[in-house]
Design a protein around this ligand. Structure first.
Ligand code: FMN
Length: 413
């Protein structure tokens, strides 16, 4: 059967970094060409240790660019034109080094200079040793790049090309990269255009005195990823975020709050809305009193805190006179995850409860669900339970945004 020409007329600039997975880029070039794309390639110096410009040029049927200071190339095309004359830039394999360079704005070779000068969307397919991928520096760079609007495909988990190495870090397969490219080239479907959606994210901090507070381990990663995914579908996203250390998501209007009561007030001020996705880990209790002075260590021993219940923001929205059409709550549980989520569904007036097991032995690595990069959720609704496999929090966000879009587009006209 002939391959569907999904990329006819599209100009793709492929940046090949120096990793073992560079051999898969040869197949990627072939797959893209088969679909009608014109592929032009840049190879880093390191990439040329793994595959040759000759093979890349033969497959792409074009000149291969390797050197920022090549007089002929600079005269003929120029690195700025290379960056501009394309519809999409794909970096595959994206090495830890290339990610770090772009995250920091370096431009000391052709690949990094072109990436920095790019106007077209950039898709990265990271590939590296699992330890390199899990390294906090790489995690930070990934986060920075995602915040800057860089798209990612993979990495996948499994056997690495190196002997006896396995884990997360394998480059996505060429056909997965092709499918991510097709999605990007098509442009995001604006299924939620103009719909106002409130998202809460992060923990709350409940003060005890001017320097102490009660908090929890929520990082805001899942809530922020959901806000960003909904925005990509065109929604008018209003994010109410507790104190987090991650950047505000692109294309989203963010209100920063600290306590549960502030979060409740901010959420209610944003009504009416068509959906509310309550991801924040809101503190159930706060100290009844907050002293103006720092509590002192003294002869009387430690103070005993009288706790009072915080407002239940999810139930408040679920039963509100201006209840959004769709109300989704998150249930972070350590035991009886499903039974608790089912109870919560009815009690809170929610349409869906996204249940996740945040116990230390949830099996989600690295770092568990709270604070970690991955999640495994069960979607509980009156129609039953849908179990999603463990995936990146960004992938959970994409799937959830699709679910929201499907629900809103069938319940409202
Ligand atoms: C055998 C070998 C395999 C490597 N594989 C990878 C890899 O898969 N991913 C990665 O980020 N770096 C890998 N490196 C390290 C990079 O090649 C090195 O950081 C290089 O500076 C990257 O340059 P570039 O980002 O300009 O391509 C590997 C190095 C060697 C020697």
């Amino acid at each position: 059967m002939p391959t569907e020409q999904t990329l006819t007329g599209k100009r793709i600039l492929l940046v090949i970094g120096g990793g073992i997975a560079a051999y898969k880029s040869l197949d990627l070039i072939r797959r893209l060409s088969e679909r009608g794309a014109a592929v032009r390639c840049i190879m880093t110096g390191a990439a040329q240790h793994f595959i040759t410009p000759l093979a890349v040029g033969a497959l792409s049927a074009d000149h291969v660019f390797t050197d920022l200071f090549d007089r002929q190339d600079e005269q003929d095309v120029g690195h700025i034109r290379l960056a501009r004359d394309c519809d999409l830039i794909v970096v595959a394999p994206a090495t830890a080094d290339l990610m770090a360079k772009l995250a920091q704005g370096h431009a000391n070779d052709l690949a990094s200079a072109v990436l920095l000068a790019a106007k077209a969307p950039v898709l990265m397919g990271p590939a590296m040793n699992p330890q390199m991928w899990a390294n906090p520096a790489t995690r930070r760079n990934r986060q920075t790049l995602a915040g800057d609007g860089i798209h990612f495909v993979g990495p996948n988990s499994g056997e690495m090309a190196e002997k006896n190495e396995a884990g997360e870090g394998r480059m996505a397969e060429p056909l997965e990269i092709v499918s991510a490219i097709e999605d990007l080239v098509k442009g995001p479907s604006k299924l939620l255009a103009g719909r106002r959606i409130i998202v809460t994210s992060g923990p709350t901090h409940e003060p005890i005195d001017p320097v102490r507070y009660i908090a929890n381990r929520s990082s805001g990663k899942q809530g922020h990823a959901i806000a960003a995914a909904l925005a990509r579908l065109g929604a008018d996203v209003r994010l109410v975020s507790g104190p987090v250390t991650i950047p505000d998501p692109a294309g989203v209007s963010t209100t920063h709050v600290e306590t549960a009561r502030q979060m409740q007030a901010a959420v209610e001020a944003l009504l009416p809305a068509e959906a509310a996705i309550m991801v924040a880990a809101v503190a159930d209790w706060r100290s009844e009193t907050e002293t103006n002075e720092k509590m002192k260590k003294g002869a009387g021993g430690p103070p005993s805190l009288q706790m009072v219940e915080n407002p239940d923001i999810l139930a408040g929205i679920g039963h509100h006179a201006q209840r959004p059409t769709l109300v989704v709550g998150f249930a972070a549980e350590t035991q009886d995850v499903l039974a608790n989520a089912e109870k919560k569904l009815a009690k809170k007036g929610a349409d869906f409860i996204v249940a996740n097991d945040v116990s230390h032995d949830s099996g989600i690595n690295p770092g568990g669900v709270m604070g970690g990069a991955r999640n495994r959720v069960k979607i509980v609704s009156r129609d039953g339970v849908d179990e999603w496999p463990e995936m990146d929090k960004d992938a959970v966000a994409e799937k959830l945004a699709d679910l929201v879009a499907r629900h809103l587009n069938t319940t409202t006209v």
